[in-house]
Design a protein around this ligand. Structure first.
Ligand code: ZN
Ligand code: MN
Length: 467
């Protein structure tokens, strides 16, 4: 029984003001603080379109390889629910902003059906439970009217995992474009529709968090398969995903888009852009993550997997990597350290590289110390940990550790000593048993308490043994 999954993703655009009024979109503790007659839906109030939101949505549509319409209109989607007191949502239906795009994720092409702009409804707070169990509901209209770009895919996903990977790609892409705050709660909300061969389409509403999208889909696929295998029928319905129990419940049955009775919004004019305006907006689109991976791989000759880790973690980390490359030519070495040890430390603290005091110059300085044998790689790892948490310069950290640099002459002295004390191993090496070298290096490291670099020790020992 094959599975088809389509996604509808609602993304809050990070404009300063709302889509149809001048209320701020900034987060605030006080409920209903950022409201006015327009976003509260008072009779007689008139919407005024935020041009910035249109530009942002066009950039998103372009990044998704869509055909952007130069002329579009807004429509009223009629429904009765307290999150929108006008009893309709201003959205786009007949003539959306953009159509027919695609995104390639892990070698698979996901088609984008449409991209449109609409207003966010108010936020409902279910007190004492969730949508199906709450004692009562509060409404906060601060969210009402925040611009949303809705991205609708074709049913091209075959598993929850594919859907999650797509959302990750999309989220990073939007972050790179700079129109979206990933960290803001509820800034990306997903509706997923799933149909298993032989059954009808089931929609799961309002899932936030990529991991939950995958879980909701996996649950739903299993549920539908069991019904169908048991000879039952899966009817068209809308379901809710319970974040606590990770299962879905039915909300309403048989719902179709036409049921909303869309009509064109009479309070807004037909919006038209000329070719030049459109081109100007397209030109503002920055380099996207997939493009950046390609460029970084070819420019710095680093492995693609490292480039992907760096670029997709966050834009700031990729910026940091490229900045480091200005001060040190061993790009692969930089990439390795950024993608492994630095990233580990950042993840451990749950922070962005922007929030630390580390600088590309300081980081590169540490890599140079490793390269010229001044410190060991192991010591380097320790220094990075302290560098990230304290922001002190690597040299200062090294000084405070009280570990002195092993001079070349001192290292030679120790190596001679080790060879004298381990005649058997030395002879083994000379008689062709090359693995004896590892044993000797181990002893050198032990004697220097780890402050000698294994590579330099190997080099000196080899010289002595082979001369
Ligand atoms: Zn307002
Ligand atoms: Mn919508």
């Amino acid at each position: 029984m094959s599975v088809k999954i389509g996604l509808e993703i609602h993304v809050q655009l990070n404009t300063k003001t709302k889509l149809f009024c001048r209320c701020p979109t900034k987060e605030t503790e006080a409920p209903n603080e950022h409201t006015c007659p327009v976003c509260l839906g008072f009779p007689g109030s008139k919407p005024m379109l935020n041009k910035k939101a249109v530009e942002y949505a066009i950039m998103v549509a372009r990044a998704l390889n869509c055909k952007v319409n130069r002329t579009f209109i807004f429509s009223r989607k009629n429904y009765f629910y307290p999150d929108l007191p006008k009893n309709f949502q201003i959205t786009q239906y007949e003539f959306p902003l953009a159509v027919d795009g695609f995104v390639d994720v892990n070698g698979k092409r996901i088609r984008i059906k449409r991209v449109h702009l609409e207003e966010d409804p108010g936020r409902l707070i279910h007190v004492g439970g969730d949508i199906t169990t709450a004692n009562y509901v509060l409404v906060d209209y601060n969210r009402s009217g925040i611009p949303l770009v809705e991205i609708v895919t074709e049913p091209d996903f075959e598993s929850g995992k594919e859907a999650r990977e797509f959302l990750q790609e999309l989220s990073t892409m939007l972050e790179y474009i700079g129109v979206f705050d990933k960290e803001r709660e509820g800034s990306m909300r997903v509706d997923a529709n799933v149909s298993v061969e032989g059954g009808e389409r089931v929609e799961i509403k309002n899932i936030s968090g990529f991991a939950d999208v995958e879980k909701a889909l996996n649950y739903e696929i299993l549920r539908q398969r069991m019904i169908l295998k048991g000879g039952g029928k899966v009817g068209r319905e809308t379901r809710h995903f319970d974040e606590k129990t990770k299962v879905t419940h039915v909300l309403r049955r048989k719902e179709f888009e036409e049921d909303y009775g869309y009509i064109p919004e009479p309070d807004l004019v037909v919006y038209s852009l000329d070719e030049a305006e459109l081109k100007e907006i397209f030109a503002r689109l920055p380099e996207l993550p997939s493009q950046r991976v390609r460029r970084i791989v070819s420019r710095y000759s680093i492995p693609e997997n490292l480039a992907r880790v760096i670029v997709y973690k966050e834009k700031a980390l990729a910026d940091f990597f490229e900045e480091c490359c200005k001060y040190f030519e061993d790009y692969v070495e930089i990439a390795k350290w950024v993608a492994t040890d630095l990233l580990k430390c950042l993840n451990w603290h749950g922070i962005s590289v922007k929030e630390t005091k580390i600088t590309p110059q300081g980081f590169v300085e540490m890599l140079k110390m490793i390269k010229n044998g001044e410190i060991t790689a192991r010591l380097g790892k320790e220094i990075i940990k302290q560098y990230v948490s304290t922001g002190k310069h690597p040299r200062k950290i090294l000084e405070e550790m009280g570990i002195e640099r092993i001079e070349e002459s001192k290292l030679r002295e120790i190596c001679e000593e080790v060879l004298r004390e381990n005649e058997k191993a030395a002879n083994d090496y000379k008689n062709g048993r090359k693995e004896a070298l590892q044993f000797l290096i181990g002893i050198v490291l032990k004697k220097t308490k780890g402050s000698a670099d294994p590579k330099s020790a190997a080099k000196v020992l080899r010289e002595m043994l082979e001369s």
